[in-house]
Ligand binder design. Structure first.
Ligand code: SAH
Ligand code: SF4
Ligand code: F3S
Length: 454
């Protein structure tokens, strides 16, 4: 049996996609890149913005067409969009299986059943905000432990979930409604999993949670977890995303200084620089409280790399509010920012209560403007690396051809990242993928550092 797998969405979804892929491999399925020769098509979906859902719907449209000649193909839609739309998605002609993010351990058996009987099946949470039963968490933990999340395409790297769900209810965000309540995994289970990954050759783990710094298991905090993980031999880099700018435990910054394996990288979305908009977003902090955290981070860890997220065009955002966001970006000196145009999500408080009153043209304009401000900052920061040597974990051959590619034989253009998550491009042999190398930086753009291995 052959499976075609596509994944949309955030790191949490990538992790789930890896787990699902490994579970299908172990059940004896093979993978194909040719949709036309697949017996089953698996699509891991994201609901965070309308655009993410549109991409899935367009793939489903394509599959509907394919199914006219190959009606026996089983199409399984899983992940956040499956949980959001539930049975409604099943009425789509192309769809056989709808499976929520908390039901992925069942996916192999659902697909096998549907292939055998050519039926439609659903497995979603009917009351997703209901605290899950211990046996449900155990089942998800076991699934995660058995199939872990080592990646083929990023050798020596793995994602490890430390928390599920989210309880923050930012007014624009669908995540709490599709991923369920916040729950921290038991430290012993996380540690056992990372030890197993380390034994299999993993050198970098990225600890994942929607608000990873709020991790807490009884009295055991996220900082405690960093100290524990850093004891595991052969894990050379520990990264973590995403941080929430409230009740920030400074011990996390101290851990970065104390522990050489904890990367000095902080992804801490602000979303807006206007207190009025932050309030309407239900973020629970002001712009100056946010900046205090960044200042503290730089005081304790002077060379920390900070990244952010922003939403432009949130309901009620005036030019003045947007100006405040620009000011925040200038003050925060991010290494990079992810900027999104507000997209109303059905069922969220912002969509229920607030009109999407910023015209698309204005959203686009603000997006471009904020990106330009950030690019200037990124270019300056990147320039400061020229002449320095950085340690890089090699990901593999760069998919994009860069301008000054060498024409030497047996030499590829490689891509990797630093501990601060800077992207570095340099020439080298592809068998360096998964290794650490030192690169002398000779050139820099706003997005990329370029150099030579020394
Ligand atoms: N848990 C993470 C982010 C999860 S979603 C956090 O809180 O930081 C990733 C990013 O998508 C968010 O940081 C936000 O910037 C953006 N986002 C979420 N919902 C959105 C929406 N409705 N419209 C536009 N962007 C959105
Ligand atoms: Fe969404 Fe806010 Fe939770 Fe992040 S913290 S996942 S933005 S609700
Ligand atoms: Fe991630 Fe998208 Fe779900 S951002 S948690 S895959 S809605």
């Amino acid at each position: 049996m052959k499976v075609f797998l596509r994944s949309f969405g955030c790191q949490m979804n990538k992790l789930d996609t890896n787990l699902v892929a490994n579970s299908f491999l172990q059940a004896g399925f093979e993978f194909t890149e040719e949709i036309g020769e697949a017996d089953a098509v698996l699509i891991n979906t994201c609901s965070v913005r309308n655009h993410a859902e549109e991409r899935v719907l367009s793939l489903l449209g394509h599959l509907k067409h394919i199914k006219k000649t190959r009606p026996q193909i089983v199409v399984a839609v899983f992940g956040c969009m499956a949980q959001r739309l539930k049975e409604d998605l099943l009425s789509h002609e192309a769809v056989n299986i709808v499976c929520g993010p908390l039901q992925i351990p069942e996916l192999v058996s659902l697909v096998s059943k549907a292939i055998e009987k050519n039926t439609k099946l659903t497995a979603v949470s009917n009351d997703i905000r209901h605290k899950s039963l211990p046996e449900d968490s155990d089942r998800l933990d076991d699934f995660e432990y058995s199939y872990d999340s080592a990646e083929d395409n990023l050798p020596a790297q793995a994602y490890v979930r430390v928390m599920r769900g989210c309880d923050k209810f930012c007014s624009y965000c669908v995540v709490p409604y599709v991923r369920g309540p916040e729950a921290s995994r038991e430290p012993a289970k996380i540690i056992a999993q990372i030890k197993k990954l380390a034994d299999s050759g993993i050198k970098q783990v990225t600890l994942l949670g929607q608000t990873v710094n709020s991790y807490r298991y009884d009295n055991f905090t996220f900082a405690d977890l960093l100290y524990e993980v850093s004891k595991i031999n052969s894990i050379e880099w520990i990264k973590f995303v995403t941080c929430y700018p409230k009740n920030f435990d400074e011990r996390i910054f101290k851990a970065m200084v104390d522990l050489p394996t904890v990367c000095r990288y902080l992804h801490i979305p602000a979303q807006s620089g206007s207190d009025k908009i932050l309030k309407a977003m239900n973020r629970g902090y002001t712009c100056s409280q946010y900046l205090e955290i960044i200042d503290k981070a730089r005081e304790i860890v002077p060379d920390i790399a900070v990244a952010g997220d922003f939403i432009v065009g949130f309901p009620g955002e005036t030019d003045e509010d947007f100006q405040k966001t620009i000011e925040l970006v200038e003050k925060a000196q991010y290494k990079n920012c992810y900027i999104f145009k507000y997209s109303p999500r059905p069922g969220t408080r912002a969509d229920d209560k607030l009109a999407d009153d910023v015209p698309m043209e204005v959203k686009k304009q603000r997006n471009i403007e904020l990106l330009a401000v950030q690019e200037k900052i990124s270019a300056e920061l990147n320039k400061s690396f020229i002449g320095k040597t950085v340690k890089v974990l090699v990901e593999g051959a760069s998919k994009k051809a860069h301008l000054d590619k060498a024409d030497k034989e047996n030499v590829s253009q490689l891509i990797g990242r630093t501990a601060g998550d800077y992207i570095v491009v340099f020439d080298g042999s592809e068998n360096l993928a998964g290794q650490f190398v030192n690169v002398n930086i000779t050139k820099a753009s706003a997005l990329t550092l370029f150099g030579q291995i020394n």
